[in-house]
Design a protein around this ligand. Structure first.
Ligand SMILES: NC(=O)c1ccc[n+]([C@@H]2O[C@H](COP(=O)([O-])OP(=O)(O)OC[C@H]3O[C@@H](n4cnc5c(N)ncnc54)[C@H](O)[C@@H]3O)[C@@H](O)[C@H]2O)c1
Length: 344
């Protein structure tokens, strides 16, 4: 185990930046030494807030700062090239979701991690939510038995302004898709994690019903079949009136699990019921960020540092995140064949 503090740097100082910067600055084993954003005012303001150096060129930052760990909080199309470059420069990398846009790029990230011996992590913080943990435990203990079928419903709101105010969201090249790769990816990851088996077939259709200013989908539905025949039906869209709590249901041999937002209820057919929800008294103050992002970033970030320092195993391995990328890419592969636009 190393004794000195790890030196960390963050690339991308936009919306999600505080969810990384605050946990890093509070982790006793690391110090935030530098931040980078191509927008100078963002880099300067983030550097000022966290008393570190600010850069507008990530290559220069890595060259001058030689950080041990790099967090990637940039638009999606940059995750793979930045992660590979940073690992080749000797850094461990924790990237925001999605791992990449294309599967071949995600594969390159895994290969680079292996060839450089560096640790690669991908943020899927909702696995740490109390409800997710309860369902995982009831599956691991065998109390729920095998998963037979699942349903996933995500109805959120991303307005036209949400897209028009961003220079990368709503584009195939930079975001890689819409509601599937950006908003629903968390719940699709949870679903895949709960089923715990390889995906063998994906049927999907994609549509854009209400966002004339973007080219990607705002609605997706489909069926995911897992090895052994279990399957999940999903419907996700981001033109609802509010960000309603995501609903995920698992129909299992010995009971049913229902997750609404971070809360889960497991009802076993033997009459026993378990309920778990995030504890509102367990607050982690990230600053001014959106509530629907959850409060579990700090848990995954701390686990990432613990695993680097040999203080514990990595809870969400990059190889596992790769399988979620495979699922996302399969939905696009299948859905793009008959992509429907309601606004053209
Ligand atoms: N885990 C979650 O719940 C969650 C929530 C929101 C966003 N995210 C993810 O976080 C990432 C960033 O999203 P966001 O909403 O913060 O986006 P954003 O647009 O607010 O911020 C991205 C920042 O990256 C900067 N940037 C772009 N190119 C750069 C480069 N070459 N070098 C340095 N900086 C560069 C931009 O100037 C911008 O400030 C995305 O992958 C997104 O999916 C995850």
């Amino acid at each position: 185990m190393e004794n000195r503090k790890l030196r960390s740097a963050i690339i991308g100082c936009g919306n999600i930046f505080p969810m990384h910067a605050v946990p890093v600055s509070k982790n006793p084993y690391t110090q935030l030494t530098a931040v980078c954003d191509i927008k100078p005012e963002r880099a300067q303001s983030a550097a000022h807030r966290f008393s570190c150096r600010g850069y507008t060129d990530y290559k220069r930052m890595l060259d001058e700062e030689r950080p041990d760990v790099v967090h990637i909080c940039t638009p999606h199309y940059l995750h793979a090239p930045l992660a590979c470059y940073a690992m080749q420069q000797g850094c461990h990398v924790l990237t925001e979701k999605p791992m990449a846009i294309k599967l071949k790029d995600a594969r390159r990230m895994l290969d680079t991690a292996e060839s450089t011996g560096k640790t690669l992590g991908v943020i899927f913080q909702n696995r740490y939510n109390a409800g997710s943990q309860l369902i995982r435990q009831c599956l691991d203990s065998g109390e729920l038995g095998q998963v037979q079928a699942g349903r996933l419903l995500l109805t959120w709101n991303r307005s036209s302004e949400y897209y028009s105010q961003s220079d990368w969201k709503g584009t195939w090249e930079k975001e890689g898709g819409g509601v599937v790769i950006d908003q629903a990816i968390h719940t699709l990851d949870l679903m895949r994690w709960f089923f715990g088996k390889p995906v063998v077939q994906v049927k999907a259709s994609l549509s854009n019903w209400t966002h004339p200013n973007i080219l990607v989908e705002d609605t997706a539905e489909g069926r995911i079949e897992f090895e052994g025949g279990a399957y999940c039906a999903f419907y996700v869209m981001n033109h609802f009136c509010v960000d309603e709590a995501v609903r995920l249901e698992l129909f299992c041999e010995r009971g049913k699990a229902v997750m609404e937002g971070p809360k889960a209820t497991v009802s076993l057919y033997n009459g026993r019921t378990y309920i778990a929800d995030n504890d509102p008294s367990q607050v982690f103050e990230y600053g001014d960020v959106k509530q629907y992002w959850g409060t579990s970033h700090v848990k995954q970030i701390n686990n990432f540092y613990d695993s680097i320092l040999g203080r514990g195993a990595m809870y969400i391995r990059a190889e596992d995140a790769f399988h979620t990328q495979e699922l996302i890419c399969a939905i696009y592969h299948e859905g793009c064949a008959h992509f429907a636009r309601g606004n053209t």
